[in-house]
Design a protein around this ligand. Structure first.
Ligand code: GLN
Length: 486
């Protein structure tokens, strides 16, 4: 097997045994990127020289016994995380050449662990979207079928991992943007509990929902990435001061005595029959592994899309006010007054979906409408959170589909924002409730497109997700299957 095709833990074993150097590993991945990137289009920026320098440094540290837990492994991150070594565009013209003055905490942690940063990955503009088609620069393809969406908004992060263009990546999830692309591209993806991972240096979309997390080739890799990025950060006032368990320990436990809830609302109208079949097979596998399956109900599920698409745009309209043509990025040079400068810079710098959200969000927050929209949505958000609290009194985790359908053709929903929003119906609630969620590959449809299963648990109980995910992965037998490029 070529070096780039190994898992993250597999690559670490190779490095530990001396069978490969980080320099050779990095060269292998760069050659893979050269071979498949014309089709996949996952990278917005690639730092070849920087990566090779870091690889040499990693080999040196390893030799003198000072390598960290991810020493020498090449990774890549969504282009919404601030990096000093490369631009951070957020997939937007308004930040096209912007280079951040500091690194995000998660970038620093990955570097301290010894990993090599290859580049920045394509995404929907400011993480708004479900297919990455809202990226101002390029649309990543699904490695399983070129011409099909990789999902979004962390589409580049999922595509790069699925195509072996990095050993693991980071994405962000505000309403499903890690779990949904992971499901559509056949990778593992985890949205940690709100507060588990630092958001310092993550360009904010909706601050009460955003969370950084890993996309990986298997469950063990996901645990390794979570071990590195999790934990309190004094720079992020919403990060929580709680000890971080070693997530790899959870992999070894069986499922005896674990109660898994199946929410009936998540298997309703509009669910693709093949997705339904794969998820039900997943449930059967967990039962075989010793879990008890129980029915649960999340009665306010129908309101998730409406609530999310008020709260997220409201927060976005406020967060994106800082992109004014003065402080960062793109500036229109023809304006003749300050107001005109704001208007022209923002009109040209932002794409259609971002403008749509700013308009909706500003409206929902404005005097006279605030009570009817933003306040009401916040109240219903509490009901959605309570639904989970009740459901988790009867079960330890909840299983469901991630996305109602497998991947679709690029362009199919691009002109229909409502159809796009509706595809998020199964992932939004975890963000509204702040709980952790995970997508685990479980099967394929007849066309060979991957289908993932979603697992959700109570706040800060990522370990039980890893436990169930690992058991599922062992039984599903899909880990290690690769897309073929023609
Ligand atoms: N698809 C959702 C949206 O468009 C979620 C995006 C995300 O999680 N960043 O807002």
């Amino acid at each position: 097997m070529e070096h780039y095709a190994f898992t993250l833990h597999g690559a670490l074993d190779l490095l530990d045994s001396g069978a490969v150097t980080s320099v050779a590993l990095t060269e292998s991945v760069l050659a893979r990127i050269d071979a498949v990137e014309p089709q996949v289009q996952a990278y917005l920026a690639l730092d070849r020289e920087g990566a090779m320098r870091q690889a040499e440094q990693a080999d040196h540290l390893r030799k003198i016994g000072q390598g960290g837990p991810l020493c020498g492994v090449p990774l890549a991150v969504k282009d919404v995380l601030c990096t000093t070594s490369m631009p951070t565009t957020c997939g937007s013209r308004i930040l096209e050449h912007f280079v951040a003055p500091y690194d995000a905490t998660v970038i620093t942690r990955l570097a301290q662990a010894g990993s090599v940063l290859l580049g920045k990955l394509a995404m929907d503009e400011f993480a708004m979207g479900s297919t990455s088609e809202n990226c101002a620069f390029q649309t990543p393809n699904n490695p399983w079928k070129i011409g099909y969406v990789a999902g979004g908004s962390s589409g580049g992060s999922a595509a790069a991992v699925a195509a072996d263009e990095c050993f693991a990546s980071l994405g962000t999830d505000t309403g499903g943007s890690i779990r949904q692309p992971a499901s559509l591209c056949g990778t593992v993806g985890m949205k940690p509990t709100y507060g588990r991972v630092s958001r310092y240096g993550l360009v904010a979309f909706a601050s009460s929902l955003d969370q950084v997390g890993p996309l990986t080739k298997d469950v063990q890799d996901c645990a390794l990435m979570m071990n590195t990025i999790s934990g309190y950060d004094p720079q992020d006032s919403t990060s929580i001061q709680l000890p971080v368990p070693d997530y790899t320990e959870a992999l070894l436990e069986g499922l005896q005595g674990v109660r898994i809830g199946v929410p009936r609302e998540y298997f309703g109208e509009g669910l693709d029959p093949e997705v339904d079949r794969v998820v039900r097979q997943g449930i059967a596998m967990l039962k075989e592994a010793g879990a008890t399956i129980v029915d649960v109900t999340l009665p306010h599920t129908d309101y998730c899309v409406a609530v999310y698409y008020l709260i997220a745009p409201a927060e976005a309209s406020s967060n994106l006010a800082r992109f004014d043509g003065v402080r960062y990025g793109f500036r229109d040079r023809t304006a003749d007054s300050l107001i005109d400068l704001y208007k022209r810079s923002r009109s040209q710098g932002f794409g259609d979906e971002v403008k749509r959200r700013i308009l909706i969000g500003t409206y929902a927050l404005s005097a006279g409408y605030y009570d009817a929209y933003y306040k009401k949505a916040s109240q219903v958000r509490t009901l959605i959170k309570d639904d989970f609290a009740k459901a988790f009194s009867a079960c330890d985790l909840i299983i469901s589909p991630v996305c109602p359908t497998p991947s679709w053709k690029i362009g199919d929903k691009a002109d229909d924002p409502l159809a796009m929003y509706l595809s998020d119906i199964l992932t939004l609630s975890a963000n509204l409730a702040g709980i952790p969620g995970m997508s685990v590959p479980c099967g394929f449809n007849a066309e060979g497109l991957p289908i993932g299963v979603q697992l959700q648990a109570t706040h800060f109980n990522e370990s039980i997700l890893f436990r169930a995910a690992y058991n599922l992965e062992q039984r599903a037998g899909v880990a290690g299957k690769k897309p073929v490029f023609v």
